[in-house]
Ligand binder design. Structure first.
Ligand code: GLC
Ligand code: GLC
Length: 648
């Protein structure tokens, strides 16, 4: 049953849309009818009695955005409606980078599209590029103005031109929507500091420590090293303001519907600049509740549902990507469970898969991974995991104690081992990561480092250890094949496609010295990138290996993200076996996380109908030996299918 928007709402829209064609006006009404219930239900759980009024305000903002939307973007809306599974296509392949560190400016990014195409990229996440505060700004995550581009990168006009250029080349632009906090220099915060009540209510401000102390009793710390605590005293406000991240990042109050309307309008602004996917930064933190960690509260999903519904009305081409780096049980909620099934984000980072990839590489053992992946509840067939090996952030060991116990591990000890392993402190490890934010009270230690540093490539190159280099490259490719073959949307972190090393000068840039995540955010070195065409160099092996993985992926309909990867049993602790039972045929992926030959039982292949399978990456047939095993070489990946369609 759907109900329709009340007459007052439709007539308010009619006046906003007075000058658009009758056909286009009718389309808006159809969308409003389609999404009204999703919008109102979600707003009701957020704002109770005033939900109708909030919905009415939002719909008028949506109508204005719809009216002002470029005809080309209206066409894009129709294309996406005709192909709602576009993000799930095996042809999708993502890349994330900073515009300045990659190319210099927005215009210069446009000059590097050939490079992205060569790699197979169709989805480009440019790190925060809206105007941040001056000085340290957490890599742009402290936004001072959502409606201006960082001046040295270009202007909103340049952003529009770039999104169009990318779209014409088949690449969708992804931008952050930093919606948990603003820079303390943002206009809302400035006005609050100047004594404006209206804007003071955009934040959580407390006159004394009573409430902050009650909250602190159950709040974790995100940056215990350089930003301890979750509240900051502000003299002008005469109060303690909520600051989950840095002292100059003020959490906004989503319980205030004015804040909701502001962000909805910012989404429209980005959508009309040609942004196709908005990354909901730190979305887990957006609702606070006393006595909890103030993460993953149910209202977070209601507010996502409402934002998505209103975007579907104005600009349905826009997709939502949740950045919730949380434990596996909370994570699945971001793709929609229960009442929010199919109604929240289209995409969410699979940080559990990411953590498990590193755990397998460190232990040469897949048992924890097989258990943890199998224990995840199913996600809606319309939602898609972002599968990634590295990103711009640190790695936090999101391993559930119960999952660890189920395979005979102690969660705490295993997490401590991983931190030791990836900083090279554990005997035998050649990883060269750095410890990020060691937390004395919880024992938690996160990790920074590029894929090359963490797989041992940096150390092997420094030692001119040829065999070590080969093994590390095999690990880099194994990790990337795992994310490309999982059936989500793989996203590569800039530099990893060339096996770029940790940046030895990371601390030299002003404002970066305390934050070693900059060690794995190297500036693109185009001379080094040129070596991707010199056979035999690590850059060549890694780049060609990853672009080959991307191209092979694009040809395999089995990798459409609507079909889940099923973990098969573990017959050899060194081999992860995932089956993708797609109507076109089953794909069986085998990953050997060890440096020795490992068996895949012949009967498993027969059971999956793949006895004479083709290995898609090499184009060769698998051989079952007389011991009834197929033998997987060290660090090898097999993507087994019974045929490869000539055209995807
Ligand atoms: C996200 C970003 C991270 C940033 C934080 C605060 O987690 O990925 O880089 O520090 O949000 O905005
Ligand atoms: C986040 C994440 C945390 C991450 C941090 C920034 O939103 O929750 O895991 O490490 O911000 O680095």
């Amino acid at each position: 049953m759907t109900s329709s928007a009340p007459g007052t709402v439709t007539s308010a829209c009619a006046s906003v849309l007075a000058d658009v064609s009758p056909g286009r006006r009718e389309l808006f009404e159809l969308r409003l009818h389609r999404w009204w219930d999703d919008l109102l239900d979600a707003l009701t759980s957020l704002y109770g009695d005033i939900a109708q009024d909030v919905a009415a305000r939002l719909v008028v903002l949506a109508a204005a955005a719809y009216r002002d939307r470029d005809p080309e973007l209206h066409r894009l809306d129709e294309r996406r409606i005709l192909e709602p599974d576009w993000l799930q296509s095996p042809g999708m392949f993502g890349y994330a980078t900073y515009a300045d560190r990659f190319a210099g400016s927005l215009e210069a990014v446009g000059g590097r599209i050939d490079y992205l195409e060569e790699l197979g990229v169709t989805f480009l996440h440019l790190m925060p590029l809206l105007r941040p505060r001056e000085g340290d700004n957490d890599g742009g995550y402290a936004v001072a103005s959502y409606r201006e581009v960082r001046p040295d990168l270009g202007s909103i006009e340049d952003l529009k031109a770039l999104s169009k250029l990318l779209r014409d080349r088949g690449i969708s632009l992804v931008l952050d929507l930093v919606l948990n906090h603003v820079a303390k220099e943002h206009d809302w915060a400035e006005r609050a500091r100047a004594g404006d009540r209206h804007y003071r209510d955009y934040f959580y401000v407390y006159p004394d420590r009573t409430e902050p102390d009650r909250f602190e009793a159950t709040l974790p710390e995100v940056f215990p090293d350089f930003a301890p605590g979750n509240f900051t005293w502000d003299e002008a406000l005469g109060g303690w303001v909520w600051t989950t991240f840095n002292a100059w990042q003020w959490d906004v109050n989503w319980a205030n519907p004015d804040v909701f309307c502001e962000y909805a309008d910012i989404i429209f602004f980005l959508a009309n600049a040609g942004v196709e996917v908005v990354r909901l930064d730190a979305i887990a933190f957006t609702w606070k509740r006393l006595g909890t960690t103030c993460q993953n509260q149910p209202e977070v999903h209601a507010l996502t549902q409402a934002l998505r519904a209103i975007a579907k009305i104005a600009c349905p081409a826009v997709a939502f990507k949740a950045e919730a780096i949380v434990g596996p049980r909370d994570l699945v909620q971001y793709l929609g469970q229960g009442e929010h099934h199919g109604k929240v984000s289209d995409l969410a980072y699979h940080n559990s898969l990411m953590v498990q990839a590193w755990s397998m590489l460190a232990t040469h053992d897949v048992r924890l991974t097989a258990h943890a992946l199998a224990a995840l509840p199913p996600v809606p067939s319309t939602a898609t995991w972002i599968a990634y090996l590295r990103c711009h952030d640190d790695i936090g060991w999101a391993i559930d104690d119960g999952d660890a116990a189920a395979v005979g591990l102690n969660g705490f000890a295993h997490r401590a081992f991983l931190s030791d392993w990836f900083t090279g402190a554990f005997p035998g490890s050649t990883a060269r990561g750095l410890t990020f934010q060691a937390n004395g009270s919880t024992g938690d230690r996160r990790i920074s480092g590029t894929a090359a540093a963490l797989t041992g490539l940096d150390a092997a190159r420094a030692a001119a250890d040829e065999a070590g280099i080969d093994r590390a490259i095999a690990r880099v490719l194994l990790g990337h094949a795992l994310i490309a073959g999982f059936g989500g949307l793989p996203v590569i972190w800039s530099g990893d496609e060339l096996g770029m090393a940790n940046d030895p000068r990371w601390a030299a840039e002003p404002g970066h010295e305390d934050d070693n995540r900059w060690v794995h955010r190297p500036r693109m070195d185009w001379e080094l990138a040129a070596r991707r065409h010199t056979p035999g160099t690590p850059e060549h092996l890694v780049f060609q290996g990853i672009s080959h993985i991307a191209r092979t992926r694009a040809r395999l309909p089995h990798l459409h993200a609507s079909v889940p990867s099923t973990v098969l049993g573990v017959w050899d602790p060194g081999v992860l076996l995932l089956a993708r039972r797609h109507p076109v045929g089953t794909m069986l992926a085998a990953y050997n996380v060890t440096d020795s030959w490992r068996p895949v039982p012949g009967w498993v292949l027969r059971q999956e109908g793949l006895a004479g399978a083709i290995e898609a990456l090499s184009g060769r047939r698998v051989r079952i030996e007389s011991d009834d095993n197929a033998w997987l070489p060290p660090y090898a990946v097999w993507w087994l299918v019974d045929h490869i369609p000539p055209h995807a």
